[in-house]
Design a protein around this ligand. Structure first.
Ligand code: NAP
Ligand code: MG
Length: 476
């Protein structure tokens, strides 16, 4: 299968003629290894119109069995092209190869899950007061624009595209500037697997141009967005004009709560990678750690020791756990947070410095002695930085946890089941793990409270979000 780095429209890879070209820079080597032309306004329009035509002509009314067969075939295509897909994300964003491989496998699983869901997804019959017969139908929306970030380029694209297609929509996918390659490959793989031309279009290009053109296009019925809270707010504003459907997965500043009765060894062993994985560029990063004072020193000692063993380096190396940050700009932003903390005399217990002459690497940093008003404690850093603070009282700690505009994810560690359930109910977040650091399960809903977003990805909740609910009443 030949893959060109251009927009993928109506079943064809194109080399964009007039679109602005963006360099692809390998963050581990700082070398430019390719170029991606952005879509022109005419190409955005052609892509949306083509998707709309395919929706009306074939995909909306494609039988569930046939639709499922195609989604299963896409999953097979992903597995067959796994090495090239993983390599694309390694080169684009410096993702460690072992993570990239896992994320491609997750993409395939997502397509399988929604392929299987197609025949099990439907409406209800409802006994209404008027007698007769009342039932609901879940109908596809039409053209969905999926706008995705660079930190988990492939799985996030899959977890928007697969349920949207499964529910009968056509999709225009816009990847982020640093990471368009695996998205364009997904377009080609899906077409090769039998997806009708136009059902999945892929358009690279700047968010301010291609992204906004999609959001405001009259034939786009829903925008499914993952990215920053600032851009999410902008999209909400633009979508409000036509009452477009939106789902927004935005930023986070997630807590990691450790009670004195927790299995301390396990909590300290698992917690570092719950913030440092993907070089901390993870919306679910547990970047605010709350530790009960009785075990504070013991936990911090273990956490710092475990952090020092993390293998930071060449993302192509199988042993690497943490690669570089995505760009020089991102590294500068992270260093700004660390400089601010040092100026305020906060203690950096380890890391926080550049650890290679080449590439945008920063060693994972543990920051102690923060105050709740500190910028580094309150704002999303999106880099390998964690802050750890002690707490004395459960109620006060919960207030501090919830004193954030965000509410995406979090973990809590305790052996007391009553406490675990009590605290889990009170933490304002869409996703929470008890005695674990995992956030994402294909079968379970994923999304945020408050400024972390609205709507849900994954699970059956995502598929519902790509439909309108129609009620039909039949008189008897
Ligand atoms: P971003 O700057 O918000 O960009 C996300 C996507 O939106 C990119 O494709 C971007 O295109 C596009 N975009 C930018 N401006 C736009 C506009 N005015 N209209 C329409 N689209 C526009 O986010 P990012 O820097 O890629 O990713 C980091 C952020 O994403 C973090 O805040 C992180 O927490 C969040 N995130 C959240 C989740 C979650 O599930 N909650 C998951 C991952 C990441 P360009 O690349 O061309 O600018
Ligand atoms: Mg951005």
């Amino acid at each position: 299968m030949k893959i060109d780095f251009g927009p993928f429209i109506n079943g064809e890879s194109r080399i964009a003629r007039g679109g602005k070209r963006s360099p692809l820079i390998n963050p581990a080597t700082e070398q430019t290894w390719g170029e991606m032309p952005g879509a022109t306004p005419a190409e955005v329009d052609a892509a949306v119109n083509g998707a709309h035509r395919t929706f009306e002509d074939t995909w909306r009314d494609c039988t569930p069995g046939k639709r499922a067969d195609i989604l299963f075939a896409i999953a097979r295509g992903i597995r067959e092209n796994a090495a090239a897909l993983a390599e694309a994300d390694v080169n684009c964003i410096g993702k460690p190869i072992s993570d990239a491989r896992d994320e491609v496998a997750l993409g395939a699983k997502i397509f399988e899950y929604y392929a299987g869901a197609i025949g099990k997804f439907g409406g209800q019959t409802i006994p209404v007061a008027a007698g007769g017969f009342d039932f609901t139908i879940r109908q596809p929306l039409g053209v969905v624009a999926a706008i995705v970030p660079w930190n988990f380029p492939f799985p996030i694209a899959c977890w928007k595209v697969a349920p949207a297609l499964a529910a009968g929509n056509c999709v225009v996918l816009k990847p982020a500037k640093p990471s368009p390659v695996s998205a364009v490959m997904l377009g080609a793989i899906a077409h090769h697997a039998g997806l009708p031309a136009g059902a999945l279009q892929v358009l690279a290009g700047a968010g301010s141009a291609v992204g906004e053109a999609l959001v405001t296009h009259p034939l786009v019925r829903k925008i499914s967005f993952t990215g920053s809270t600032a851009v999410g707010s902008r999209i909400m504003e633009l979508a409000a004009r036509d009452i477009k459907r939106i789902s927004l997965e935005l930023g986070g500043k997630s807590p990691n709560i450790v009670f004195a009765d927790a299995d301390l060894e396990q909590a300290a062993a698992k917690s570092p990678m719950s913030v440092f994985a993907n070089a901390g560029q993870d919306c679910c990063a547990r970047s605010r750690v709350f530790v009960e004072r009785k075990v504070f020193d013991a936990f911090v000692d273990r956490f710092v020791a475990a952090t020092k063993t993390i293998v930071v380096g060449d993302p192509r190396d199988e042993k690497t756990q943490v690669g570089p940050l995505v760009s020089a700009e991102q590294r500068k932003m992270v260093e700004g947070f660390l400089d601010g903390a040092r100026n305020d005399r906060r203690r950096v217990a380890c890391g926080g410095t550049r650890c290679s002459d080449r590439g945008y690497f920063i060693a994972p940093a543990v920051v102690l002695d923060c105050e709740p008003a500190d910028r580094i404690w309150r704002e999303e850093v999106f880099g390998p930085v964690v802050c750890i603070r002690p707490f004395d009282d459960e109620e006060e700690m919960i207030r501090e946890v919830n004193d954030s505009p965000y509410g995406l994810s979090g973990s809590l560690w305790t052996r007391d089941i009553g406490r675990a359930l009590r605290v889990a109910r009170r933490v304002e977040s869409g996703v929470l793990s008890i005695n674990s650091n995992s956030s994402v399960h294909v079968e379970a809903p994923f999304g945020g409270f408050k400024q972390s977003g609205m709507g849900r990805d994954l699970g059956m909740a995502a598929m519902e979000g790509y439909t309108e609910l129609k009620n039909v009443y039949v008189a008897s």
